[in-house]
Ligand binder design. Structure first.
Ligand SMILES: [Zn+2]
Ligand SMILES: [Zn+2]
Length: 346
């Protein structure tokens, strides 16, 4: 089968690989029909993710058709249409019993990281019963791909951890796919203000289309003052960090109102300063989270009901044969205006 393989920092290729087989009774092998590229895949290609070693097939998002199942799998069978979660969970360990699937003792984020992933014709899914979701008849496959990772990530790490509430004010720093996923799902709670902050006017224009009430281009370094002016000097109840660098985390510390929450989503490769000299008395909370995908079934229903349309995030389409072009397009997002790219295998 064809597979996109990480070859070490800066190295990638589309290769011929053996089709995966059932290894454990709980496994399923899925024929991938659509997948996508995540910002995290770009981190891997830079060599930032030590657990992902050269030779690994990348990808932790996708949908497909069950090809075969192990002897322990009773809830899925060959031919079933399934959504692949970016998080693998056994459903039984201490963390799974607390719905912290991201920290599953024998799962978590392993797909396209410590085991081969979805950017291939076929993928092996361990703990299939608790790591796959049935796709309802008539569902839009491309919308379902957005449920593997970015919608639950924006929602759980940003909106739920950030305690977005009706009538509240929210600032989202970073209008990339994850920031926009937080913007889409924040609206489930009807906040009064959602202020989107980014360096890229094209992404800010998208954010306005997706429901941002205000947008701020932070390239002049004055974003904190602008947000204060927009909020009667108070700042925001929820500041969501959706970039993963020190500057944006530090900006969130300037934006948060007394009693507010800073909810970090970004993947940070370097340390960031924490200004306790100003924040110690502000009754704030700071949260971090690796997505658990505990809300995937609920988000699937909201998508099916038309409450959220995640297909708005899809800007480009490729075939698996063209995955190197897809990476090039996704990697130059400022020029290509790429958000999410769909890679089809049929
Ligand atoms: Zn991802
Ligand atoms: Zn577990």
């Amino acid at each position: 089968m064809k597979a996109f393989v990480y070859g070490g920092p800066g190295k990638m290729s589309l290769e011929e690989r053996p089709k995966p087989k059932i290894e454990q009774p709980g496994d399923a092998v899925v024929k991938v029909s659509k997948t996508t590229i995540c910002g995290t895949d770009l981190h891997i290609l830079k060599g930032d993710v030590a657990t992902c070693t050269p030779g690994r097939i990348l990808g932790h998002e996708g949908v497909g058709i069950v090809e075969s199942v192990g002897s322990g799998v009773t809830t899925f069978k060959k031919g079933d249409h399934v959504l692949i979660s970016c998080i693998t969970s056994c459903g039984k360990c201490e963390y799974c019993r607390r719905q912290m699937y991201s920290h599953c003792a024998t799962g978590g984020w392993i797909l396209g990281n410590s085991i081969d992933g979805t950017q291939a014709e076929f993928v092996r899914i361990p703990h299939a019963e608790t790591s796959l979701y049935p796709i309802p008849k008539g569902a839009d496959e491309e919308a379902m791909v957005m449920l593997s990772d970015i919608l639950p990530t924006g929602f759980e790490c940003g909106v739920l951890n950030g305690k977005v509430a009706p009538g509240a004010s929210v600032a989202i720093v970073g209008a990339g796919p994850i920031g926009l996923a937080a913007l889409l799902t924040a609206q489930l709670y009807s906040p009064a203000e959602i202020i989107m902050i980014d360096l890229d006017d094209n992404r800010l224009a998208m954010a306005r289309k997706f429901g941002a009430t205000q947008t701020v281009n932070s390239s002049d370094g004055k974003a904190a003052a602008v947000v204060k002016a927009l909020t009667d000097g108070k700042g925001v109840d929820t500041a969501i960090e959706a970039v993963g660098i020190a500057a944006t985390f530090e900006l969130c510390q300037l934006l948060v109102a007394p009693g507010g929450v800073i909810a970090n989503i970004g993947v940070h490769g370097h340390k960031a300063d924490l200004h306790l000299e100003t924040l110690w008395s502000q009754n704030i909370a700071i949260t971090t989270r690796l997505v658990d995908t505990a809300t995937t079934p609920m988000l699937l229903k909201t998508v099916q009901a038309g409450k959220i349309d995640p297909t708005q995030l899809i800007t480009h389409h490729f075939k698996l044969d063209q995955i190197l072009d897809a990476y090039d397009t996704f990697g130059r997002a400022a020029e290509t205006k790429a958000l999410k790219v769909i890679i089809a295998n049929d």
